[in-house]
Design a protein around this ligand. Structure first.
Ligand code: SAM
Length: 291
């Protein structure tokens, strides 16, 4: 850890803290990896960053050095005073106590003048950088991507390697997570972070993922709510044929499901993991018509 920042271990001792497994508190303690994650977001002083789960602030320090403004949301109330004390002299960094899944990113990153510096622009553009708590990884990703009013321009996320593989999956291995991510963004796995770089070390390695958000969703002419209604129904019974999962998930007759699937050029006996994003799009058009 840089000589200017107290290490997480030092802070744990100083404040007599115990890390909570139930909150996914595996802290990244390797300075090189922390710096590489922040660098991957290509931050400038024009950028506003939303950090999810700052923990004891190790990644926050890296972000604060590069960005114009950092807003960090932490669920563990005990850590908030420890964080605020460390960043007391950095007015462009602020901490919010709360559950990211219950907060609107748009509301979080609104500048709150005059207390905060005017360094950030007054638009709602922002980037997300986070070492995500593993127990809500997929939910957080969908939370930040699926909100039409407040999508980031870029997200750099440290996730378990298996989750990273699921995000970049291709037809044959698709999941609800892969469709959600690829509908909104181009996901790339940048590098691996070994389990030993964390305190405590988790059982598996992690990957740094960069998601570059599309200007328009991958299938721009369908309504995203309708698109995901179909996708969720399809994945509702992953091992079943689409004719069965769609009729159960959409409460319709199997004959109707067959008609839509055939019209979309999708054999009704296929399983949901085999469909491409554009096939889900075509299926949405057959069920609901063009947007
Ligand atoms: N950023 C730190 C690092 O890189 O070392 C800590 C990352 S740790 C994997 C995840 C952090 O997310 C923990 O500090 C945990 O308390 C916090 N957290 C867990 N659930 C959360 C939630 N629903 N909303 C916001 N923060 C959460």
């Amino acid at each position: 850890m840089s000589k200017n920042f107290p290490s997480p271990l030092e802070l744990i001792r100083r404040h007599n803290l115990n890390l909570k497994k139930s909150l996914g508190q595996n802290l990244l303690i390797d300075t090189n990896h922390l710096a590489r994650i922040a660098a991957a977001a290509e931050l400038t002083k024009e950028d506003t960053v939303l950090e999810i789960g700052p923990g004891l602030g190790a990644l926050t320090h890296q972000l604060a050095e590069r960005a114009g403004r950092v807003v960090a949301v932490e669920l563990d109330q005990r850590l908030i005073p420890v964080l605020r004390e460390q960043f007391a002299n950095q007015p462009h960094v602020s901490f919010v106590h709360g559950d990211i899944l219950e907060l609107s990113p748009a509301a979080l990153i609104q500048p709150q003048l005059p207390q905060e510096t005017g360094a950030a622009s007054d638009t709602t553009e922002y980037k997300v950088v986070a070492n995500l708590p593993y127990y809500i990884t997929s939910a957080v990703i969908r939370h930040i991507l699926e909100r039409a009013d407040s999508r980031p321009t870029l997200a750099v996320l440290l996730v378990q390697r298996e989750v990273a593989q699921r995000m970049v999956a291709q037809p044959g291995d698709m999941s609800l997570l892969a469709v959600s991510v690829q509908f909104y963004a181009r996901p790339r796995a940048l590098h691996t972070v070994p389990a030993g770089a964390f305190l405590p070390a988790p059982k598996v390695d992690s990957s740094v993922m960069r998601l570059d958000l599309h200007q328009q969703p991958a299938v721009p002419d369908v309504d995203p709510t309708q698109f995901f209604r179909i996708v969720r129904a399809g994945f509702g019974q992953r091992r079943k044929q689409l004719r069965n999962s769609l009729s159960a998930g959409l409460s319709c007759k199997k004959e109707d499901a067959d008609l839509w699937l055939n019209a979309a050029g999708v054999e009704p006996s296929r399983r949901p993991q085999t469909l491409s994003i554009s096939e889900w799009g075509e299926l949405t058009r057959q069920v609901y018509g063009e947007k």
